[in-house]
Design a binder for this molecule. Structure first.
Ligand code: NDP
Length: 424
């Protein structure tokens, strides 16, 4: 059966859900899920809205960043992530907490010109009119200047093959700034067109936010790293080696950074920030010298383990969907945030905490030991265990030679049979 999706965007919510139910042959119970998670105001945010998609939200604890304690809301579907963040932060807290540095917070956008016979000459014309073009940029979003932000400078880059990028740097204040910057860029592109007698190929912000870098460091006495039978000094050396491997091997670097993004994305989602924007910028930054590398480094002198992470984090506390996302606003309250840079600082520290916990587990007991209990819990729930059955199924699964779905389903079936027999 093929339902009619023509003019789908013009249909009401009830019509849309009915069409999807017909197309996918959904049961009444399945269709009821649309209603269960439906938030009417969200139909104003995205197109063809059906329903919301819930993800678990929890709190990471133990964070001390620049002498200030934080509890960190995280939205993630992955078990162990919040436990690891809290665990990493706890170790760092014992050594005084994270120290962060944020020197600048500007967004950059590009106006790309093409088919230039003499890019250097065009660049010269642009830079000669920099002051006027910055005025044009500010006029496209005047409220930003009133708030103390606004267009700051231009830069030109000859990209080769006749392409020239005109980069506009803007202080976007408390917002992430994508939309504001795009409006400014389109206005500047018109003036550039008049000045250079060219048509811009495109005008858009760059997610490679190199003017919004934020750094976190921590210095840990090696004694704090002791794990089971592994002495702290040895753990520190192994973490430093793991860090080296993430610098020289992209296969390892990708996983090293994935662990860091477990925290960054979870906080970005919890605060209504655009995590795709952060992902693309961070991975571009990880490959800034031509090779993809870990974004954090760990070194040791035998007494102390020093961790450093630097990330482009152009996050906002206003703008985008934040204003209509009650939970994003609530999470700002939980964090006690005053400014956007403060959010960036907590976020970068979270990335380093996540990384510390992952590396410490990896080079000692292995990642699975910590993960396994939570993974088994997910497995038992996926296999249909009820809240009452869960502890028994988990206990049996831990002893089972195979820990897979079939085994779990078998254990649940046996448990239910035994219960039936006892009830009889
Ligand atoms: P908005 O378009 O929502 O603009 C920011 C809003 O916040 C403005 O309305 C501004 O008001 C208001 N505001 C209130 N207080 C402040 C303050 N102190 N500082 C700054 N602004 C303030 O959001 P952004 O421009 O931040 O754009 C972010 C959105 O853009 C995200 O949803 C993102 O997903 C999306 N996006 C991302 C792209 C990318 O990453 N490549 C591309 C395009 C869009 P006023 O108008 O009075 O200034």
């Amino acid at each position: 059966m093929t339902a009619d999706f023509r003019h789908f965007y013009q249909k009401s919510w009830a019509e849309r859900t009915a069409i999807v139910a017909e197309q996918a042959q959904l049961s009444t119970a399945e269709t009821a899920l649309f209603k269960q998670y439906y938030l009417p105001q969200h139909s104003e945010i995205i197109e063809n809205y059906l329903t919301d998609y819930p993800l678990p939200m929890g709190l990471a604890v133990n964070f001390v960043v620049d002498d200030h304690p934080y509890i960190v809301p995280m939205v993630t579907e992955e078990p162990s992530v919040i436990a690891a963040a809290s665990n990493g932060a706890k170790i760092v807290k014992r050594a005084g907490g994270f120290t962060t540095k944020l020197t600048k917070r500007e967004m950059v956008g590009q106006i790309v010109l093409e088919q230039l016979a003499d890019p250097a000459k065009t660049a010269e014309i642009i830079m000669a009119h920099q002051a006027d073009l910055l005025v044009v940029a500010d006029a496209a979003h005047p409220s930003l200047k009133k708030r103390g932000g606004g267009a700051r400078r231009l830069r030109t880059r000859d990209l080769g093959q006749g392409y020239l990028s005109i980069d506009l740097f803007v202080d976007v204040q408390a917002a992430m700034g994508a939309n504001m910057l795009n409006s400014m860029l389109e206005a500047v592109a018109k003036s550039v067109g008049v000045l250079t007698k060219t048509n811009a190929l495109m005008s858009i912000l760059s997610n490679y936010a190199t003017a919004s870098l934020v750094q976190a460091t921590c210095e840990l006495p090696v004694s704090l790293l002791q794990a089971g039978r592994y002495a702290g000094k040895l753990v520190a050396q192994k973490i430093a080696s793991a860090s080296t491997v993430a610098q020289i091997d992209p296969y390892r670097a990708a996983t090293h950074n994935k662990g860091i993004m477990n925290g960054i994305d979870a906080l970005a989602i919890a605060t209504g920030n655009d995590w795709r924007a952060l992902e693309s910028g961070i991975h571009a930054y990880a490959a800034r010298d031509g090779q993809y590398r870990g974004v954090s480094t760990w070194t040791t002198d035998g007494q102390t383990l020093t961790g450093t992470i630097t990330l482009p984090l152009p996050v906002g506390i206003v703008g985008g969907s934040i204003k209509i996302n009650a939970l994003a606003q609530l999470n700002q309250r939980i964090l006690g945030l005053q400014t956007a840079p403060e959010l960036a600082k907590v976020m970068v520290a979270l990335g380093l905490a996540q990384n510390l916990a992952a590396l410490r587990a990896l080079v000692t007991t292995g990642i699975q030991q910590g993960h396994m209990h939570l993974q088994l819990k997910s497995l038992a729930l996926a296999a249909g265990a009820t809240a009452t059955e869960l502890p028994i199924v988990l206990q049996q699964l831990e002893q089972a030679p195979q820990q897979d779905l079939a085994t779990t389903q078998h254990l649940i079936k046996k448990l239910r049979q035994t219960k039936e027999e006892t009830d009889d």
